[in-house]
Design a protein around this ligand. Structure first.
Ligand SMILES: CC(C)(COP(=O)(O)OP(=O)(O)OC[C@H]1O[C@@H](n2cnc3c(N)ncnc32)[C@H](O)[C@@H]1OP(=O)(O)O)[C@@H](O)C(=O)NCCC(=O)NCCS
Length: 205
């Protein structure tokens, strides 16, 4: 269920709850640094034209957060390679707010060996200006819908153990912790553990 009313490209979703609308209004009143939404977000498949916006959202976290273990900003060329050659089982989607990309998500192969086919890893990144407005949930719910449609076996989220927001979002949507690897990364002088969370689509073979 989406956290708030959305318009998806090609179809319009219904208004879901008064509580959700309140949350958007609250953001408008209380925050000076978070961008307010003037219109409903629109979900759609990403195109090559979105890659600079996807990179801009991501590179903010490369430089400021342990949510990605990348330390050097992703280049345009690297992002093009990441985007290329994806089939319907490995989508990249974006949420547009007021005509600009404000969040994105992807489903990527977990491992290249053949027996891993059907096992995927998800990513979700919301612009730092649009956090806690329901966009992360919106992106995740669409990725989960795609995973069901594609009859994927399991979706894996590898999350730095210090990322409470991301762990809470995934748990809220039904992901469960299935593993924890210790001392896997080091960023900003901190040694970091990785939590693996998994969700099995109901349609999984
Ligand atoms: C983690 C992230 C995707 C969450 O997206 P968001 O749009 O800010 O979150 P939403 O508004 O959709 O929140 C949905 C639910 O997730 C949970 N949640 C999200 N952020 C949270 C936080 N900082 N602390 C605690 N719970 C949080 C809550 O349960 C929330 O529901 P609620 O607002 O009704 O309490 C976003 O903060 C982000 O992009 N972070 C940086 C990148 C990242 O960590 N990506 C994940 C890598 S796997």
């Amino acid at each position: 269920m989406n956290a708030f009313p959305i318009a998806t490209a090609g179809r319009t979703a219904k208004r879901k709850s008064d509580r959700s609308r309140f949350r958007i209004a609250r953001r408008k009143e209380c925050s000076h640094h978070i961008t307010a939404m003037k219109s409903q977000p629109v979900l759609r498949d990403a195109t090559a034209a979105d890659l600079p916006a996807i990179n801009e959202i991501y590179n903010h976290y490369v430089l400021t957060s342990t949510c990605t273990y990348q330390i050097t900003p992703e280049t345009g060329a690297g992002r093009e390679v990441w985007f290329g050659g994806r089939g319907p089982e490995h989508p990249v989607i974006v949420a547009e707010v007021d005509g600009a990309v404000a969040a994105w998500g992807s489903i990527s192969a977990f491992h290249k060996r053949e027996a891993f086919a059907g096992t995927v890893e998800n990513s979700v990144y919301v612009s730092h200006r649009h956090q806690r407005m329901g966009l992360g949930r919106l992106i995740m719910e669409e990725l989960m819908r795609r995973a069901r449609t594609q009859k994927l076996r399991t979706v894996v989220a590898a999350i730095s153990a210090d990322q409470e927001g991301s762990i809470a979002l995934h748990a809220r949507l039904g992901f469960v912790e299935t593993g924890r690897l210790l001392r896997m990364g080091q960023k900003f002088g901190k040694v970091l553990d990785v939590v693996y969370m998994q969700w099995m689509p109901e349609t999984a073979p």
